[in-house]
Write a protein that binds this ligand. Structure first.
Ligand code: FMN
Length: 701
């Protein structure tokens, strides 16, 4: 039963000519699949519909071929032929009464047009701004081209309608969409009636919305997504100017969609941003307009959501990441199952799918983007197979996820943990600076396990192969994690590096165990994700003087993909960490390290009382191998399967571990698939009947 406190979240709300069934608004978010994986993307949105969202948007959709953001994979609406794939998505969105929204993007100075080879067009001639600094410039739109662009928006709006959408969001936020480029004095340096005063800079968006209203406004709601603050100082579209703009254009869109400045700011991670972090920027804007307002802020708590509505700050609760971590968030609030909400941990692994043009993942929700590819549902497991029980060794993210998923399938599960707390690496890492939200991976699952009668948990239980062969479990799941290497083996050194026996060497595990060195500390980061930077923070907190040496051109390089890299650099710099880039560590002596330039090999000496090596991790797979060595005893012991997964198979980010645990649980007792692919692809979906003709000998095999 729904708690009446949350009733307000379920009030129907008008957006122009259409009505949302509640205030849960899934703002646009990409997924790494886009136009390449339309079935996967459509099924993912369909799951959100089932989960109770009142409004569901696509990711940004390139609305004309003269502005596209290759290599990033979003949606495309370049011609009528794009309509069927998009219609499939809108149909899925609408299955449970949600409004289906499409975000139209014309990327201006963010579209390098690497695929179409068209000349990029923008309000003013400026170099294209992309993550990769493509050596391409945009040309200023002529007035007749502005008229063309208005017509292209109308065409896109008509196609959106044909594709079945109820809402159109015009993208002018995050520095990305052309509307922002017109609104900001930094990117609009025109001297005609489209540049100069705020009124002039607002002209283009006014014209486009008027045109679109004429074309589709009787049946479709038109929303405008603008940045709350461009955060580039005086010249930018500041929070004050945004307010002025909204007041001046009170009733311009049917809804104001407000999102903070850059994408990095807007999708800030828990390491740097709290829930509702944009509240101050958005407060008071609602009073400047008669139209409803949606805002974002990694909202996972229904109490915070209610506060945002009751305080008159927002009309709709916008969610991207929380809707990925738990597509059933609204439904769980509605059913009074607050404690079942799988909270986003704010790690931005979802963003990395987009940034690496792969397919997105979610640490908390391993079924994300596997709804169609693998038929995985976030709330439903497949039926139990022929065996009955599983012993899981290791309660890190892989083991916990496997335990929860297996128990839902109906297996009896025993979960053995060598340490005195559950959670493995997520528990240990959650005590490091900025990473407390990692604990949600454990907390969600341990709570769920505590509600089930078919799971037994054993702490302080370090098992041997002898123990396991005695116990009589049918399936043995080894999820014993990994250990940070002490010998420097990673990318620069593929064999153990030169380390003086008198040198004091620490690994991330040592620091997580509370052995934190003081004095002059060198961190050698050849891991390149968050750990090196986080340990630098920890060491500074404990009073050490830190030099961080990394062979990469960026500190914590891979966090470029989680949008955190610049913030990490700023933070470490502010803490006084000496950041040494493009250098490896050739040798570690008793009181110094010798670094070497990755380009020239030139060496340099750095004083060091101790060195923290953040290198590769080694799988803790001894138990697995001990069991494998005694395979002939399995049958007598009643063992049907022994499997290793997660970091114990090979180390990766936490999301890889929850995925591996989930996959193990889904596949237990499944039919072997031989050489077949373990997931569906668009191409195989399109051409199954052609396979025998193409490669008869392979099919016959
Ligand atoms: N915002 C857009 O306007 N268009 C996009 O295509 C888009 N893609 C995103 C992809 C991912 C994976 C994420 C996490 C965010 C994206 N955003 C995009 C920003 C979100 O809409 C949202 O403003 C931001 O993530 C803050 O909301 P949240 O805290 O609920 O995640």
């Amino acid at each position: 039963m729904r708690d009446p406190r949350y009733d307000i979240l379920f009030e129907p709300m008008q957006i122009g000519p259409v009505t949302a069934k509640n205030r849960f608004y899934q703002v646009p978010h990409c997924n790494g699949g886009g136009y390449r994986d339309p079935s996967a993307a459509a099924a993912m949105r369909g799951i959100k519909a089932e989960g109770g969202w009142g409004v569901i948007f696509t990711e940004q959709c390139e609305m004309h071929h003269t502005s596209e953001i290759t290599p990033f994979i979003e949606l495309r609406l370049w011609e009528d032929q794009d309509i069927p794939a998009l219609r499939r998505m809108s149909e899925k969105m609408k299955t449970h009464g949600a409004l289906a929204g499409i975000q139209l993007a014309y990327s201006g100075i963010n579209g390098p047009n690497l695929y179409t080879k068209e000349v990029p067009l923008a309000p003013s001639a400026l170099p294209i701004r992309t993550f990769t600094n493509d050596p391409v410039q945009a040309r200023a739109l002529s007035k007749s081209e502005i008229r063309d662009l208005r017509r292209w928006f109308v065409n896109a709006a008509k196609r959106s309608k044909l594709a079945g959408f109820d809402l159109i969001c015009l993208y002018g936020a995050h520095g990305f969409g052309i509307f922002q480029h017109f609104l900001s004095r930094a990117t609009n340096q025109r001297t005609d009636e489209y540049g100069g005063s705020l009124e002039n800079r607002s002209r283009f968006v006014n014209e486009v919305i008027a045109d679109m209203r004429d074309a589709v406004g009787d049946t479709m709601g038109i929303t405008l997504r603008v940045s709350l603050d461009e955060t580039i100082g005086e010249l930018g579209f500041s929070n004050n100017e945004v307010r002025e703009f909204i007041e001046m254009n009170r009733n311009l869109p049917d809804l104001w969609d407000l999102a903070q400045g850059t994408w990095e700011d807007c999708s800030g991670t828990t390491r740097f941003k709290e829930e509702a972090a944009q509240e101050q920027l958005v407060t008071g804007i609602r009073e400047l307009s008669d139209r409803p307002v949606v805002g974002v802020g990694r909202f996972t708590s229904p109490d915070v959501m209610v506060r945002m509505i009751k305080s008159g700050t927002l009309d709709f609760i916008g969610c991207a990441r929380p809707s990925i971590a738990d597509p059933f968030l609204p439904k769980k609030v509605e059913e009074g199952r607050i404690e079942d909400i799988r909270e986003c941990i704010g790690c931005n692994i979802c963003v990395t799918g987009d940034m690496t043009m792969s397919i997105s993942r979610c640490t908390q929700n391993p079924t994300f983007m596997e709804e169609w590819r693998k038929g995985w549902h976030p709330e439903k497991m497949n039926a139990k197979g022929s065996s009955d029980n599983v012993l899981i060794v290791g309660s890190g993210p892989a083991g916990l996820e496997a335990a929860w998923a297996l128990s839902r399938r109906g297996y009896d599960v025993a979960l053995a943990e060598a340490r005195t707390e559950l959670g493995g690496r997520v528990s240990r890492e959650s005590r490091l600076p900025g990473l407390s939200a990692w604990g949600r991976v454990r907390d969600y699952r341990t709570y769920q396990l505590s509600q089930r009668s078919n799971v037994e948990t054993y702490l302080d239980s370090r098992l041997t192969a002898d123990d396991i062969l005695e116990f009589g479990f049918q399936n043995i799941a080894i999820a014993t994690g990994a250990t940070w290497r002490r010998d420097g083996v990673a990318r620069q050194h593929v064999v153990p590096m030169k380390i003086d026996a008198a040198a004091k060497i620490y690994t991330p595990d040592d620091l997580m165990d509370g052995n934190v060195p003081g004095g002059n500390i060198v961190i050698f980061d050849d891991d390149h994700y968050y750990m090196g930077g986080v340990l630098a923070e920890l060491l500074v907190q404990k009073g050490a003087k830190v030099t961080l040496i990394t062979p990469s051109a960026y500190v914590s390089d891979w966090t470029n993909n989680t949008l955190e890299q610049a913030t990490i650099h700023r933070k470490l710099d502010a803490l006084g960490v000496d950041i040494v880039l493009n250098r490896g560590v050739a040798e570690i002596a008793a009181d110094h390290v010798v670094s070497d330039c990755v380009y020239t090999g030139k060496t340099q000496t750095h004083a060091a009382d101790a060195v923290v090596i953040v290198a590769a991790r080694e799988a803790n797979d001894q138990l697995f191998h001990d069991l494998l060595a005694r395979q002939e005893e399995w049958a007598d012991a009643g063992i049907r399967s022994v499997k290793v997964f997660g970091d114990a198979e090979t180390a990766g980010p936490i999301a890889w571990a929850t995925y591996a645990g989930h996959r193990y649980a889904r596949e237990l007792d499944g039919e072997p698939i031989g050489d077949a692919l373990p997931f569906r692809r668009e191409i195989t979906e399109l051409a199954p009947e052609l396979a025998p003709e193409i490669a008869p000998e392979l099919v016959a095999e």
